[in-house]
Ligand binder design. Structure first.
Ligand code: GLN
Length: 303
């Protein structure tokens, strides 16, 4: 298999694609990103790296941060975290408040906004937001093997300025006793974690620990790696998770910055970025690119 050729062909197809989706404009700073970008990077279990397009351009990882914060929170709290957040797909938009009332302030899963706010609240416990963010950045930098990973303050501010929905989710959960810190503190921390910027290459490297296997960084136990992948498969693309499993067949996590991290267990970590989103808030060309890749390589976990 000529992976370099496959990836170059995908890069050429995506660069020329006319229908690129729409950039997220509910966060004004993200609305200003050029939808013409496309980048992809793959790190394989034997350490090879293949990339195409804008793979070295930093972008806002947004909800992809939720994978790293979940790994960190589980490391800190262990299975206690599951008393505060579920493990089922929500079938609703990432920022929906609908289920929280009937389900007593317990979010369906850690990858929708409400669930990620609980995770961040758990990491924040007993720390100042600055310390919690330092811990999150340390985890991601260690996973990527790269200290040049930072928060974009303009994006964080833009989220803060338009973050009423997230604050509403946090206040609602606080009313149910499922938000231990003041919502402004937890949301502020969450906005900054979402505003972390990485390149496709950095993100693919940071995903290596989710591949499992012996040569990848062991930041979390093998059993937890298996479970993080299960949640990425079932919940990583919100109400598009079933469609992503159907088309791609890999554990994946998307963000409204247009990034996707997808894992081929034991084999590869894939990062792709194209800012235009589909109707579920998942990267339109990013999804298509990973679909093409899996078709060409046979990398679906269902193959
Ligand atoms: N799906 C996403 O990437 C959402 C993250 C974004 N920061 C928000 O809270 O709305």
């Amino acid at each position: 298999m000529d992976l370099a050729r496959i990836v170059a062909d995908i890069g050429a197809e995506m660069a020329a694609a006319p229908d690129r989706g729409a950039v997220a404009d509910y966060i004004p700073e993200l609305g200003a990103v050029d939808p013409a970008h496309f980048g992809m990077a793959i790190v394989t279990a034997d350490g090879a790296e293949v990339h195409t397009g804008d793979a070295a351009t930093p972008f806002s990882i947004q909800s992809i941060s939720k994978v790293f914060t979940l790994a960190l929170a589980l490391g800190r709290l262990g299975d206690q975290l599951w008393a505060r957040v579920g493990r089922e797909p929500s079938g609703l938009a990432f920022n929906s408040i609908l289920q929280l009332e009937s389900e007593h302030g317990i979010p369906r899963n850690p990858f929708i906004n409400a669930g990620a706010l609980v995770t961040t609240d758990a990491i924040l416990a007993g720390h100042a937001p600055r310390e919690a963010l330092g811990e999150i950045l340390r985890f991601i930098r260690a996973a990527a093997g790269d200290d040049d990973i930072h928060i974009n303050p303009a994006v964080a501010q833009s989220e803060q300025d338009t973050g009423d929905r997230n604050l509403a989710l946090a206040h609602f959960m606080r009313a149910h006793g499922n938000m231990k810190n003041p919502p402004a503190l937890t949301c502020g921390t969450y906005f900054h974690q979402c505003a972390i910027e990485m390149t496709c290459l950095q993100l693919a490297r940071a995903g290596r620990f989710l591949m499992g296997g012996t040569d990848t960084p062991t930041l979390v136990s093998p059993e937890r790696v298996r479970r993080l992948n299960a949640l990425m498969m079932t919940c990583g693309h919100y109400n598009g998770s079933g469609e992503f499993a159907f088309r791609v067949g890999l554990p994946g996590k998307s963000g409204v910055g247009g990034g996707i991290l997808a894992i081929v267990p034991g084999c590869a970590s894939i990062a792709v970025w194209s800012p235009g989103l589909d109707q579920n808030g998942n990267s339109q060309l990013g999804t298509l690119a990973v679909e093409r890749l899996v078709h060409a390589t046979g990398w679906s976990v269902f193959s």
